[in-house]
Structure formats: structure tokens, C-alpha cells
Design a protein around this ligand. Structure first.
Ligand code: NAD
Length: 268
């Protein structure tokens, strides 16, 4: 018996990185996983990886910043599986910029994906979860939702929002006796492609601070060595392990809480 045997899970941003690792781990523990992402090729690859490992998964293209699409996705999950028990709001982007130079378009795009996306997931996903007898929502925040980082002020704003939004929604679900738990996960430096996508050109505070000399993009491995007390960057599976725990009934007494997986970064 898997730890989430027979449950229906929806993981956003699951074409790569942490989302893919979460989808793979949930499927390995017996969940039927709906993989969504704007990246259709990567999404299909995730489904393929799960299928080859003997798990069950399907892909739906989704931009999490689009509310109407969220409604279609939840309707499609209900139609195919008749239920939703696990929702991992993982899709996210990082825009590095000195805040004084940040175009409002970048601010809004990051807010739309990292914050609106989580709001829509909660708004449209939780009613189906409640209808399904209950479940667990896992919102992916960051250490950047717990402490500031120069060059990442916009990103910190989105991840701080996810942290407190999670707590308030957890309380609403408890108050309404929905049997839905809602928690946030706070990864530290995890070696995924997000770090290669962050530099936007120009001279951001982030770039000058975090890009190792001679490199074009942020090297997550080098950054992990530098910034994490454990002395190395995490891998997506480190976060997926926490996600499976929060998704499963092992965490039945946890709601509105923060699971920090950061190699000690925020212990200082
Ligand atoms: N990697 C880290 O060090 C780290 C640290 C803290 C928090 N996080 C958070 O973890 C989550 C996953 O990040 P990752 O490191 O795996 O990044 P990643 O870039 O490897 O993967 C993110 C995925 O989200 C998808 N995505 C982007 N915009 C989308 C949209 N509008 N709709 C749907 N999907 C979209 C991308 O296509 C990609 O597949 C993010 O929320 C990120 O902020 C990452």
C-alpha cells in the first residue's frame, strides 16, 4: 500500500524540477496524478516517466494565472477521476531585478503566476476536495517567503503572500469543517532550472551577489555550497519527500503550518 494509495492528485508546474519530482513521488506512493504545466513537452515527459515506473498519470496544459482554465481543469479532473484529494500548487517563476529598476510588467507577471495561481487553485480546487471527502493542499512558497533577499524583492513578496494566504485558507477550511488541510513548503536552494531562468539581463543586485565569477547564470550547486549551512544545494526529491508527507494522512494533524526544507539556511 502506498502512502497516498488511490488518491487523486493535481500538481501544477509538473513538467520540470520540484513539480515533476512531486508528481513522480506521489505516483510512486499510489496516487493517480494529473500533471499540468504550460510546457506540454515536459508535461508529457513527466507522464512518461511515471508510466514507465508503473504509476498512473495524465497531462493537461494549464497556465495557472488563467482563472477560466482552472475551472476547466478542475471540471476535467472531476469528469475523469470523480474526485480530488491532493493539490500541489507548485508552478512558479523567479524574476531577479533590483526593485528600483523592475518594470511593473515583471512585477505583475510574477504576482499572477506565483500568487493568483495559488489563489485560483485554492478557490476552484478545494470545493472539489471537500466534495471528495477531504484532502490536502500543499502550496510551494520558499525561504524567500520567510526572509528577504536583495535582488529578489518581487519574488519575496509573492512567496510571503503564499505563506500567509496558506494559513488563512487553512483556518477557513477548518472553520467550515471541510476536512481539507492546507500547508506551505519552503525550499531553500534546490538545483533546478529555475536558477538558469532568473537572470533577466542588465545588472541586477541579485546577479552581482549570486552569480559565481565567470558564470552566465546562477549556479545552484555553487550557491548551495555558499549559502546553505549543510554545504550543498538540495535536489527536487528533497522537496518531493516533504510534499508526499504533507499530502498523506501521516500529517493529519498539520494545517496552516510551514515545512522548511532548506539545508539550515533559515536557522541562522
Ligand atoms: N529551485 C529552488 O531553489 C526553489 C526554492 C524555493 C522555492 N521554489 C519554488 O518551487 C516551485 C518550483 O520551482 P522549480 O525550481 O521546480 O522551477 P522550474 O523552473 O524547474 O519548474 C517550474 C515549472 O513551472 C512551470 N510554469 C511556469 N509558469 C507557469 C504557469 N504560468 N502555469 C503553469 N506552469 C508554469 C514551468 O514551465 C516549469 O515546468 C516554484 O514555485 C518556485 O518558486 C524553488
Amino acid at each position: 500500500m502506498g502512502r497516498v494509495q488511490g488518491k487523486v492528485a493535481l500538481v501544477t508546474g509538473a513538467a520540470a524540477g520540484i513539480g515533476r519530482a512531486a508528481a513522480v513521488a506521489l505516483a510512486a506512493e499510489g496516487a493517480k496524478v494529473v500533471v499540468t504545466d504550460v510546457d506540454e513537452k515536459g508535461g508529457a515527459e513527466t507522464v512518461d516517466i511515471i508510466g514507465k515506473a508503473g504509476g498512473e498519470a495524465s497531462f493537461l496544459p494549464q497556465d495557472v494565472a488563467d482563472e477560466a482554465r482552472w475551472q476547466e481543469i478542475v471540471a476535467a479532473v472531476k469528469e475523469k477521476h470523480g474526485a480530488l484529494h491532493i493539490l500541489v500548487n507548485n508552478a512558479g517563476i523567479g524574476v531577479g531585478a533590483r526593485i528600483f529598476d523592475m518594470p511593473v510588467e515583471d512585477w505583475r507577471r510574477q504576482m499572477a503566476i506565483n500568487v493568483d495561481g495559488v489563489f485560483f487553485g485554492v478557490k476552484h480546487g478545494i470545493p472539489l476536495m471537500a466534495e471528495s471527502g477531504g484532502g490536502s493542499v500543499v502550496n510551494i512558497s520558499s525561504v524567500a517567503g520567510l526572509q528577504g533577499a536583495p535582488g529578489l524583492a518581487g519574488y519575496c513578496a509573492t512567496k510571503g503572500a503564499v505563506r500567509l494566504f496558506t494559513k488563512a485558507v487553512a483556518l477557513e477550511c477548518a472553520q467550515e469543517k471541510m476536512n481539507v488541510r492546507v500547508n506551505s513548503v519552503h525550499p531553500g536552494i534546490i538545483d533546478t532550472d529555475i536558477w538558469n531562468k532568473i537572470p533577466q539581463g542588465g545588472t541586477s543586485a541579485l546577479q552581482s551577489d549570486l552569480i559565481p565569477e565567470g558564470a552566465n547564470t546562477i549556479d545552484a550547486g555553487a550557491l548551495g555550497e555558499m549559502a546553505a549551512p549543510l554545504g550543498f544545494a538540495g535536489i527536487p526529491a528533497d522537496i518531493a519527500n516533504g510534499i508526499v508527507f504533507l499530502a498523506s494522512d501521516e500529517s493529519r494533524y498539520m494545517t496552516g503550518s510551514e515545512l522548511v526544507i532548506d539545508g539550515g539556511m533559515t536557522a541562522r
